[in-house]
Structure formats: C-alpha cells, structure tokens
Design a protein around this ligand. Structure first.
Ligand SMILES: *[C@@H]1O[C@H](CO)[C@@H](O)[C@H](O)[C@H]1NC(C)=O
Ligand SMILES: *[C@@H]1O[C@H](CO)[C@@H](O)[C@H](O)[C@H]1NC(C)=O
Ligand SMILES: *[C@@H]1O[C@H](CO)[C@@H](O)[C@H](O)[C@H]1NC(C)=O
Ligand SMILES: [Zn+2]
Length: 425
C-alpha cells in the first residue's frame, strides 16, 4: 500500500520534476526502479544512472563534442600565458575572512539545475571560507552558463569569466565542484610537480595529440599537502587512453588504489582550499559507510573558540547518527558551546537537531538523504570533555517508526543499482 501511494505521487510529480531525460536501466523490479529515480530527492542532480563513472570521464564525454579550445580536457587556455602562471589570480578575501565569489547563472537553467549548482556550492560554504554570492555590480565574477561542455578557466581571470556547466551532461555535484575548483585556482592533481612519485603515466597508451594533457607542472603550488588519489581534480585511470582496457595513469606502488572521484570534494581538496585561501576552518568529510566523530581532544577537554564541521556523505543511503558521549558547557539556549545537526550538506539545510549543550546524551538522528552536517561551536569561556558519536549508512536498528520501515520509504533513500534487491514488496 505504501508502494502504491508512492507510485501515484510519482506519476503526479513526474513531468514537473524532470526537465531533463533520466535514463533508467532495466532491472528486476523496474516499477520500483522508476520509483527510486523519481520519488526521491537526489543528493546530486543525476542525469544518468552511471554513478560509478569517475567525474573526469563524465567531463570528457561531454567535451568530446565541444568546439571550445581546451587544455587537459576542460581548462580554457589563457591568452598569452601558460595556464600554470597564475599569480594574482586568487579571489580576494574580505576582512571577515570570507572569500566571496560573485556569480551569475544562465537564465535558461531550470529549477533542478539551479538546485544542483547551489548544492555543489553549499559544500564549499560549509567546509571552507569560499562563499559563492549572487553578483550585484562586482567587476570580477563567474558567469555559470550552459555553454559547450563542462569547462572553466584556471583562477580568476578578471571581468565576467565563463564556467560552463552544460545542462545535458555536466549536472553532477562532482563535475560542478571540479569546474569551480579550476576557477578557484586549482589544477588537475596528476599535474603536480611530485606526481611521478605517486602515479606512473603510461605513455604507450596515449596518442601524441593527447600527451600535452599529461603535462607536469614543475612549479605547481602543492601547499605542503600530500598527493591525493581521491581528489575531485584527479583524472580517472583510463583518461585519454587510446587502447580499450589500458590505463593511462597507474598509482604506484599499489596499482589497485582507486583514483578519480565520484562523490564530490575529498578531505584533501577541502584542506587545499582552506590553505590556499587562508581559511581558518576545521572541516572533515566522512565518506565511509560508517565511522565516528568526536570533538578535538575527547575525552580530554575541547578548546575555546573553535568552529568545526563534519560532513557525513555516505553512498546512497540515509545517515543515522548516535551520540555516545556528550558533555558541553551548559548555557541558556545553548548560546555558548553547542552541537547542531543539519539534514543536508549546508548550514542552510533543514535542522535535524537544534543547538544542543549540557550533559544529556541527545537522541539518535536520521537524515533524509545521504548527507548530514554536524556543527560544533565553542565560545571563549568554559570547556568540557565534548562529544563522541558514531554514524552509519542506512536506518538504525533501534529507532524510527513503522513508516520508515516500509519498503517504499527505504527505497527512497537508495540510488545505487546494487541495492535494488532491497525493494521487494
Ligand atoms: C596509442 O598511442 C601510442 C603511443 O603514442 C601509439 O604508439 C599507438 O599507435 C596508439 N595506438 C592507437 C590504437 O592509436
Ligand atoms: C594567505 O596568506 C598569505 C600569508 O599571509 C598571503 O601571502 C596570501 O596572499 C594569502 N592568500 C590569499 C588568497 O589571500
Ligand atoms: C574540563 O571540563 C570540566 C567540565 O566543565 C571542568 O570542570 C574542568 O575544570 C576542565 N578541565 C580543564 C583542565 O580545563
Ligand atoms: Zn579539469
């Protein structure tokens, strides 16, 4: 019965919710698969169901047909200088420490596209000091348009610079973040000066015309942070291969290490932005199927004047969070130190647990998608031992009501084809 209600709802929502075609793979329970794709509010604006494809592959597939002149697959070359020569191309920081980057959106974007772009931007805002703000009259800004592919300039160019996020193919959170990171002044991870210590470039499978795309930048600014195989800025293993099944980039010494990204920014991507832009942030992305988080020094006392967030980003399931220890300074209305939890990836997402302090262990929390943001703020007075919590993908055992147990409701949070067997009646 739950199922029928949901399908009915689907039929009503379908034309409005889908301005672009969604490809649905035939599967054992097709009816419910459609429901998976349509009933749910997707964490990213997916256009096909190929979730396992790495971000750069998606970009290249779209840019194959682009008439825009591009370097390394998706970077607009600068006139008269090499792409790497990016002095004075960082966006300026305001005196409050925030880097506000004005942008305009293509008027032809529909509601879903705008939401997808805003969701991708919201993660920068939650995890770094980069804020994308609607342009008023600023001279330098990003013009985010559905142009000819997924591409961007490297760093701030001056004036209105295009970031192309084409409607038919670039509307993925990771792809949007990749192009925005170019605009922030980041190059591809494998073009770092130290890449040969971490990956082997298999030149024998790269046609001469594509070789410049694997150029190494001897002067790259590595920010004293480690090489990141899982950067949203890393090519996938088969990028520009001219021989099916032969990788062009192989991690060393362990060739089985996964490279390329599917879900969005990595912890090191965030750390690099925070370092380049002098953001004083304390941000962690937790993207395993389960794990734990705790305040700094726990169980010893946390410090005064901290501002930390944890973005929990599991794959394709709800997130449940259970507090195991909780001791915070107790103030009226929790105006001092507090923990706050959001249903999504930004501080503008709906609140799951409002400011909480004191020593009572809060109830467990379940998010409505695969994203949950935990914020921990401390003021300048009093500390305590802080908190520790565990998270897991999917529904927790000891909570929820009947509604959350219905097959339809559970299916709603599942996007991955691997879990289709779960949607039995
Ligand atoms: C692939 O690239 C290599 C190296 O440039 C070249 O020798 C080879 O002929 C290319 N193979 C194909 C199928 O184009
Ligand atoms: C960050 O701080 C350093 C040192 O104070 C400065 O040289 C650099 O320009 C700053 N970066 C930005 C993006 O403001
Ligand atoms: C740690 O926090 C407790 C509880 O607020 C407090 O009583 C104690 O003095 C603190 N210890 C230190 C070393 O600050
Ligand atoms: Zn790129």
């Amino acid at each position: 019965m739950e199922l029928r209600r949901c399908l009915l709802l689907t039929a009503l929502l379908l034309p409005a919710a889908l301005p672009f075609p969604v490809q649905v793979r035939p599967a054992p329970c097709t009816g419910k698969v459609i429901l998976l794709s349509f009933c749910t509010e997707s964490p990213s604006p997916t256009e096909t169901d190929e979730e396992d494809e790495d971000i750069f592959n998606k970009i290249l597939k779209v840019n194959k047909d682009s008439s825009q002149l591009l370097q390394e697959g998706d970077i607009v070359p600068r006139r008269g200088r090499s792409a790497i020569n990016c002095r004075h191309c960082n966006w300026p920081q305001s005196s409050d420490g925030i880097v506000r980057i004005p942008y305009e959106l293509d008027p032809t974007y529909e509601t879903n596209h705008v939401k997808g772009i805003h969701d991708a931007m919201a993660e920068f805002e939650a995890l770094t000091c980069i804020n994308f703000v609607k342009r008023k009259t600023e001279r330098d800004y990003l013009s985010i348009r559905s142009a000819d592919g997924c591409w961007s300039n490297y760093g701030k160019v001056g004036g209105g610079q295009t970031v192309s996020v084409m409607k038919g193919g670039c509307m993925w959170k990771g792809v949007i973040q990749h192009e925005l990171e170019h605009a922030l002044g980041f190059l591809h991870e494998h073009s770092r000066s130290d890449r040969d210590k971490h990956v082997k470039i298999m030149w024998q499978y790269i046609s001469p015309a594509d070789r410049p795309d694997f150029k190494k930048f001897e002067n790259s600014n590595n920010l004293d942070l480690p090489y990141d195989y899982s950067s949203v800025m890393h090519y996938g293993p088969y990028t520009f291969s001219n021989t099916t099944g032969k990788a062009t980039i192989v991690p060393i010494p362990d060739g089985s290490v996964h490279i390329g990204q599917r879900q969005g920014m990595s912890n090191l991507d965030v750390a690099k932005i925070n370092k380049l832009y002098n953001c004083s942030r304390c941000s962690t992305i937790l993207d395993g199927p389960s794990g734990s988080l705790r305040s700094a020094n726990h169980p010893r006392n946390y410090s005064d004047n901290t501002n930390c967030v944890w973005l929990i980003r599991t794959r394709s399931r709800k997130v449940s969070l259970h507090f195991q220890a909780f001791h915070l300074q107790n103030t009226r209305g929790c105006q001092g130190d507090y923990v706050k939890v959001y249903d999504g990836s930004s501080k503008t997402s709906p609140v799951l647990m409002d400011k909480t302090c004191g020593s009572k262990i809060p109830n467990s929390i379940i998010s409505s998608s695969n994203l949950m943001l935990v914020e921990f703020i401390t003021d300048g007075a009093h500390t305590a031992s802080g908190f520790q919590a565990a998270f897991a993908a999917g529904k927790s055992e000891n909570m929820g009501n009947g509604k959350e147990n219905s097959p339809c409701q559970i299916s709603l949070s599942i996007h991955s084809g691997k879990t289709w067997k779960d949607c039995s009646p």
